[in-house]
Write a protein that binds this ligand. Structure first.
Ligand code: GCU
Length: 408
């Protein structure tokens, strides 16, 4: 396995990308019908089989439990709800806790952002009334995590990634689930999290073409969507799925798989997210499978050092979202995620968006730093490091306003 790292544009290998508009039998796609009846399915199946693995659908036994409602949260500007989604199967259950803040001044039903978080719902805001997660949580110095469990000190530790009051002021609801409720982010051979619920008799781990952790996280996002469809305060035609980094990879896959998400946003999702594999710039397939063997399906390991053998590349995951708006955010110093490779994915998905009659991506060249592109495909590269900052949120809220006309 080649674990060398390339950060030089001059060392990017020459490559040809598979054409999203040419079917496996060579037919050229020229209209929406052909796309939806034939080519989209082909591309989706390839992603499922080679990269993310098949996910189960909605479980027959699923219920929603209201854990708390407070109409006077955040000094009165918001209503806070906590809902558990309970999924039962094979005599076990998975419980996903959704934390929701809804602006009190905004007419209902309200457009809503959903994202997964890294350290528990209590980590996104200091609000002392958010339930403290009881799940396994990754270690992080200074986050008050003791033996992989949250403590009172963990509250609000990740709040810099999520300006809740700002989002509420902009007239959007904000919903989040801890990714570890769906599948804790470590390689345990898929014994914890949602996977075992769906094992067939005698099965002990996912088959080579079945979901890893990213597939599970994407599946969890769709279960949140199942809940939103029952909540009259939320406009389920205006749900934005977004995610940062590994959870941005999950947001893209969720958006590709579930057309109920009206807008899809990837913040610095990099390798296995928005970046093109074939550039082998920054993180590569070998690196990601080596460090995170549980993220993708087993079949994906066949492509270690063999990106050119993959029948797809990541411009095609963006094309699966068409004609719905999609936004790709990059950061200048986040070379590990390959900002140029993220831009090029957006650019090479553009022909699919244009074929559908949308404006596509209003840029041919990569824009300058901090010069966002607002079109059906949105893109920015901002200054700074790998992170999700208020700057990014501002762009995503502007993007949602642009497509939803949601001005409070
Ligand atoms: C690592 C990993 C990336 C991932 C990132 C994150 O750097 O290599 O693929 O996106 O973690 O989730 O922050």
């Amino acid at each position: 396995m080649d674990l060398k790292i390339n950060f030089k544009e001059t060392k990017v290998p020459e490559y040809n990308l598979p054409d999203p508009l040419i079917c496996l039998d060579g037919t050229k796609v020229t209209d929406k019908n052909q796309w939806f009846q034939k080519r989209r399915r082909e591309i989706f199946d390839l992603f499922e089989h080679h990269i993310y693995g098949k996910m189960p659908g909605k479980s027959e036994k699923m219920s929603f439990e209201i854990r708390s409602i407070n109409k006077n949260a955040l000094k009165g500007i918001a209503t806070r709800k906590e809902i558990s989604v309970i999924i039962e199967k094979n005599q076990s259950e998975a419980k996903l806790d959704i934390l929701i803040y809804l602006p009190n001044f905004q007419p209902k039903p309200i457009a809503n952002f959903i994202f997964l978080n890294f350290y528990g719902n209590h980590s996104i805001h200091q609000d002392p009334n958010i339930m403290l997660s009881k799940q396994w949580i990754p270690k992080k110095i200074g986050y008050g995590i003791f033996k992989h469990r949250a403590t009172e000190k963990s509250r609000g530790m990740n709040s810099s990634k999520c300006p809740v009051e700002f989002i509420i002021d902009r007239g959007y609801a904000l919903s989040t689930i801890y990714s570890g409720d769906i599948d804790p982010d470590f390689d345990d051979g898929f014994q914890n999290g949602a996977h075992p619920l769906f094992y067939k008799k005698g099965q002990t781990k996912p088959a080579p073409d079945e979901w890893g952790s990213i597939g599970a996280w994407a599946w969890g996002l769709s279960r949140a969507m199942d809940y939103f469809e029952t909540d009259k305060d939320i406009d389920n035609n205006r749900v934005v799925v977004m995610g940062h980094s590994r959870l941005g990879k999950a947001a893209l896959w969720a958006g590709a798989a579930d057309p109920r998400f009206a807008i899809v946003i990837s913040n610095e999702s990099g390798c296995g997210g928005a970046a093109l594999f074939r550039r082998k710039f920054g993180e590569t397939i070998s690196h990601i499978n080596y460090q995170f063997p549980h993220w993708f399906c087993e079949n994906f390991k066949k492509y270690n050092d063999k990106e050119y053998e993959l029948p797809i590349d990541q411009h095609m995951i963006i094309s699966l979202i068409a004609p719905r708006p999609v936004y790709i955010g990059s950061a200048e110093k986040d070379l590990w995620s390959d900002p140029r490779g993220e831009f090029l994915s957006a650019k090479h998905a553009d022909p699919v968006y244009k074929m559908m009659g949308t404006e596509g991506l209003k840029a041919v060249e990569m824009p300058e730093i901090n010069q966002p592109i607002l079109s059906t495909i949105g893109y920015h590269i901002r200054e700074g490091e790998h992170d999700i900052l208020k700057y990014d949120w501002e762009r995503y809220l502007d993007f949602a306003d642009y497509h939803f006309s949601n001005n409070p």
